[in-house]
Design a protein around this ligand. Structure first.
Ligand code: UGA
Length: 438
């Protein structure tokens, strides 16, 4: 059977998940990257980052020959019918997207263009209008699509294989039909739009999810002030199907390489187009302020952070990943340091890292708990399995501030710990006094 050949440019989170995902669908896939070390690792079946569900299919498709990795771009694209571009588009200091990796990839493609027609599929997140600009730079027999991805780190391969929809931004029916055919076995509804619409669907989707989180955090902060329980309140709000319960979990704010960058980029585009977005600006402002809230709670509890030593559970921007990019835990460590505290951190996915305030890294949750108070910053399930009575024996001031609302506050309080969550209702502590959420 003829299996369409797909070249993937970029082996970051999106590129690698796409490579494995398309191999799972039965296609021959060649992954390309300029990073020779990364390619050497991938050839050996070593995932470049921690990702649930990636290692096994990666190894399997290397063995059955469906997946190959190269550092030679010409070799990657030579026989490919589809060329997927999945290079990084990070933020510039002014919030605009840095498209230098994308421009370099397109320039390299132009240099080695063959006279065979190809479909180029842009999957990197880009500001509206970028695809049209790139399309104009490609040879006329190369057709460009913009097909956004909705993959979450930590479950990217699963998300690839179970999409809610496939958005195809196209200016040609032929190319749109070809891509729809490529992903037919995913059985997801396909929506064909113009490329610019598809770019705004991606930016808008991430912005809306981020907006929901900022909304949840504002409501939680209000619940804290009014002594209500944010978990009940937000669950009740989300029970209305028009609103939906997803992305209403309050905490330390949204981190990671996507939300902040994409909201900044859309806000930048909106501002430059003459119709600034107040909602996007507010989403970012709320998120900037949220990490301070948990440090404020800690300070309230300890009286003064100067000279205090804080145990920190969790560094990654969310559970299921070892990614520290735009992790708000780092901002919180900075803030602790600025307020005069020192910290020891533990994260099950991170063995070493250069952390703000010369924070040291512990090898277990309990080792990090040799401290005055504990701060939970990532929602790793293993933290919920900790025996609070053992923790109570370690923590000098017996204070736990749960920035992710994942621990069972009442159980902790029964063991003599003072438990504070984000926007959580009062939990009696060991002395029967009320510990109130922020
Ligand atoms: C996000 C989107 O969810 C994906 O659909 C998208 O494809 C991806 O960005 C991207 O643009 O590449 P990701 O950043 O991997 O995925 O992670 P999420 O699970 O969405 O979480 C983002 C941040 O929001 C994390 O810090 C998480 O802890 C936080 N979050 C999430 C909350 O604080 N509350 C919630 O209710 C949900």
């Amino acid at each position: 059977m003829h299996r369409a050949k797909i070249a993937i440019l970029g082996t970051g989170y999106v590129g690698t998940a796409n490579a494995v995902g398309f191999a799972e669908l039965g296609y021959d896939v060649i992954g390309f990257d300029t990073d020779a070390r990364r390619i050497a690792g991938l050839r050996l079946g070593i995932p470049p980052y921690r990702e649930e569900g990636l290692g096994e299919p990666l190894a399997r498709h290397l063995r059955n020959g469906r997946l190959t990795f190269v550092t030679d771009l010409a070799a990657a694209v030579e026989d490919a019918a589809f060329i997927i571009i999945a290079v990084g588009t990070p933020s510039r200091p002014d919030g605009s997207a840095d498209l230098s990796h994308l421009d370099a990839a397109v320039e390299s493609l132009r240099q080695i263009a063959t006279d065979r027609p190809k479909i180029v599929v842009l999957r990197s997140t880009v500001p509206a209008g970028t695809s049209d600009r790139i399309a104009a730079q490609l040879p006329a027999h190369y057709q460009l699509l913009f097909c956004p991805e909705f993959l979450r780190e930590g479950s990217a391969v699963w998300d690839f294989l179970h999409p809610d929809s496939t958005i195809v931004g196209a200016e040609s029916d032929h190319a749109a039909g070809a891509y729809a055919g490529l992903v037919r076995s995913l059985n997801a509804p396909v929506m064909v739009t113009g490329r610019r619409d598809a770019e705004l669907i991606k930016g808008g989707a991430n912005a809306f999810l981020a907006l929901k989180i900022s909304f949840a955090n504002e409501i939680a902060n209000l619940c804290g002030t009014l002594n209500a329980d944010a978990l009940n309140v937000l669950q009740g709000i989300g029970a209305d199907r028009r609103i939906g319960e997803a992305y209403l979990e309050p905490g330390i704010g949204f981190g990671g390489p996507c939300f902040e960058k994409d909201v900044q980029s859309l806000e930048h585009v909106a501002r430059n187009s003459g119709s600034p977005s107040h909602l996007l600006q507010a989403t970012l402002r709320v998120n900037d302020a949220q990490p301070r809230k948990v440090v404020d709670i800690l300070e309230e509890e300890l009286g003064d952070l100067r000279g205090a030593h804080i145990g920190v559970w969790g560094l990654a921007f969310k559970a299921g990943t070892d990614d520290l990019r735009s992790s708000l835990a780092l901002r919180i460590l900075d803030d602790l340091h600025a307020r005069g505290a020192t910290a020891t951190a533990y994260d099950p996915a991170i063995e070493s890292a250069e952390l703000p305030g010369r924070t040291s890294i512990a090898r277990s949750a309990m080792e990090a708990a040799h401290a005055d108070a504990l701060l939970v910053l990532t929602e790793w399930p293993e933290f919920c399995d900790v025996d609070p009575s053992v923790l109570a024996a370690r923590l000098r001031r017996r204070i736990v501030v749960d920035g992710r609302n994942v621990l069972d506050g009442e159980r902790f309080a029964r063991c003599g710990l003072r438990y504070r969550g984000v926007g959580r209702s009062a939990v009696p502590d060991s002395d029967g006094a009320a510990a109130v959420g922020a």
